[in-house]
Design a protein around this ligand. Structure first.
Ligand code: 5GP
Length: 217
């Protein structure tokens, strides 16, 4: 798509396109994401045969992943959401979070799968797991789409993992840049955060492309 449009563009637009890739580029494309989620769904379906796990997503980042993952699981699952807010930086708060919206249902005796967009230091998730564990579920496992393993502070056992993620800020597929751009269909890696903060509009070209409806006539 980009290559095709570049050939039709002026020299200055070409330069701009090259500069964009220094700031941000596609790290995981939508088709790779789709295929990987299909595999994860198949594995979970096999592992939980005969059971009905509850998938818990942490708003808002995990919601896109949950929406796609649950449709690849051939089991009578339930879903539930939690919303949390962090106390200052993750490191200072040791991952402690305030639960802004709790689960709607009791998880006592249930098989729980926490569906996360990304695990970075692991502080947030390890705190959440301790909260969930205290409610005495039958089991708790984690399914994370992205694992920024090099940044891990708290060792965590991620039973299901989509991709190992480079140590760069990522945006798209539910992950935000300053609360926007969660609807970018691919996962982008930010190479130059200062440049992106100065001109967040470089992300506009990664939004879904909606073709206008051809007019009748
Ligand atoms: P952790 O406690 O593991 O350090 O933080 C995990 C949370 O931080 C994720 O659920 C996500 O909300 C946020 N986060 C961590 N890395 C990134 C990133 O690269 N991009 C975005 N948009 N959010 C991130």
């Amino acid at each position: 798509r980009a290559a095709g449009s570049w050939t039709r563009c002026s020299g200055s637009r070409l330069l701009r396109s090259a500069a964009v890739s220094d700031v941000v580029s596609v790290e995981f494309g939508r088709e790779d994401i789709r295929r990987r989620i299909e595999e994860l769904g198949r594995t979970i379906t096999g592992d939980y045969e005969g059971r009905a796990p509850v998938l818990i997503s942490v708003l808002k980042g995990g919601s896109v992943f949950l929406a796609d993952l649950m449709r690849e699981i051939a089991l009578p699952i339930a879903i539930d959401y939690m919303s949390i807010s962090r106390y200052g930086g993750a490191a200072e708060s040791l991952g402690r979070v305030r639960i802004v919206k709790d689960l709607d249902h009791d998880i006592g005796g249930r098989d729980v799968i926490v569906v996360e967009d990304i695990v970075d230091t692991g502080l947030t998730l390890s705190y959440l797991i301790s909260v969930l564990d205290s409610r005495e579920p039958a089991s708790v496992e984690v399914c994370a789409l992205l694992d920024k393993s090099v940044r891990r502070i708290v060792p965590l056992d991620l039973r299901y993992r989509g991709f190992d993620c480079p140590d760069e800020f990522v945006v798209g597929y539910g992950l935000d840049f300053e609360e926007r751009f969660r609807n970018v269909p691919d996962i982008l890696a930010v190479h130059d955060m200062d440049a992106l903060r100065a001109d967040p509009d470089v992300l506009l070209s990664f939004l879904p492309r909606i073709e206008p409806v051809p007019s009748e006539g």
